[in-house]
Design a protein around this ligand. Structure first.
Ligand code: UDP
Length: 363
């Protein structure tokens, strides 16, 4: 494939929290990986992100202001809100001021403002939408941009796109990892893993019930934005063999995750992708997930894990009993074949070539 000429691209991060805090969920890792591969492909990458963001090796423009509340559990008719001195507003004011320095602005925020502002920019704005349909107001504004600026809406999975009215206008990009950072582990220890934000839409309680029913210890990693949610689970299932291990940076997370016999993914929503699924596979860890959303596209049933009817605890328990039927080498091989950073980079370049038809390919 002929590469694009070097593009100047500004990545605008999520306003939910600083890069490295974990509050932004999978978006943080996704943005970091995309920055890394685009830079390796020869593009000039700048990142604008909330103050306190850390990403060694990249110049991060730190934008002050109050974080955006999370959208996940707001309800379909939730109104658009912004705090006073909003970091989201400040990020996009910054983008407005510097737009002439860039060929492309890439939005990672699942927020109304960047979509609303899109027609007012001279520089092309592309959006990488990180969640499925959540609220009517967000659906309406993304729909409007999708129709007015065809091709500018990127998503991670077909299942995610299908939650929107504008599914056919979405570009499915999947995701990719720097696989060199994930070590293959062939000799797991006797525990299961669960990784993600400890929040209701992630359905941690289902995995805890599985631990209780099977007696197999469950280790849990992730940020805890909703402490009462965690305490409720502990109160409800006092005998479940579970341990909360905190939020770890990628280098430590992959080491711990690699030792799991299987990863349980039990979301109660349509998971747009599920970075943790491909992180597990990269370490050789089978994934046991509900057959819905991104994980259902990532996990190959019977080959790299087991897909279970959403909400079926019995199904999860049965899959846990069959975890050793999955070959851990196959899991790693699948990650290498489908989720490398270079494959993701190629898909992104193809997208940018479509978005910027006047950009010349490299000679
Ligand atoms: N994560 C992490 N350390 C932890 C637990 C989780 O860095 O201790 C990261 C993980 O690498 C992944 C993200 O949290 O990138 C969760 O993303 P996912 O796409 O699975 O779900 P989301 O939070 O976006 O809904």
């Amino acid at each position: 494939m002929v590469g694009l000429r070097s593009l100047r691209i500004l990545l605008l991060s999520t306003p939910v929290g600083p890069l490295g805090s974990g509050l932004g969920g999978g978006v943080e890792l996704t943005l970091q990986n995309i920055a890394k591969i685009l830079q390796a492909q020869g593009h000039q990458i700048a990142i604008a992100a909330p103050a306190g963001s850390i990403y060694p090796g990249f110049a991060v423009v730190e934008i002050p202001g109050h974080p955006q509340p999370t959208a996940q559990s707001a309800g379909r008719d939730a109104l658009i809100t912004l705090p006073e001195n909003s970091v989201l507003g400040n990020l996009w004011e910054y983008a407005w001021r510097v737009q002439a320095d860039y060929d492309l602005l890439l939005n990672f925020a699942y927020d109304w403002l960047p979509f609303y502002l899109t027609p007012f920019f001279q520089t092309v704005v592309a959006h990488l939408v990180s969640m499925g349909s959540l609220t009517d107001a967000m659906d309406e504004i993304i729909d409007r941009v999708a129709r007015q600026f065809p091709g500018t809406i990127g998503v991670h999975s077909a299942a995610q796109a299908a939650t929107f009215t504008f599914a056919e206008h979405c570009r499915v990009l999947g995701n990719g990892l720097d696989l060199s950072l994930y070590e293959f582990c062939s000799t797991p220890e006797p525990y299961l893993g669960w990784v993600g934000r400890l929040a209701p839409e992630k359905g941690l309680e289902d995995a805890v019930i599985v631990a209780e029913k099977t007696g197999i210890p469950l280790k849990i990693w992730g940020v805890m934005p909703d402490v009462p949610y965690w305490h409720d689970i502990c109160d409800q299932y006092p005998d479940a063999p579970i341990a909360y291990e905190g939020f770890l940076p990628t280098a430590e997370l992959q080491r711990a995750l690699g030792r799991c016999q299987a990863l349980l993914m039990t979301p109660h929503w349509v998971e747009a992708f599920g970075n943790v699924a491909i992180e597990a596979l990269a370490c050789g860890v089978p994934v046991i997930a509900y057959r819905r959303g991104g994980p259902a596209e990532i996990v190959s049933h019977g080959k790299t894990g087991w897909l279970v009817e959403p909400g079926s605890i019995e199904g999860l328990v049965e899959a846990v009993h069959r975890r050793s039927e999955i070959n851990r080498f196959t899991c790693r091989a699948e990650a290498e074949a489908k989720y490398s950073l270079t494959a993701m980079g190629d898909r992104l370049e193809e997208w940018f070539r479509y978005l910027l038809p006047s950009i010349q390919s490299r000679p």
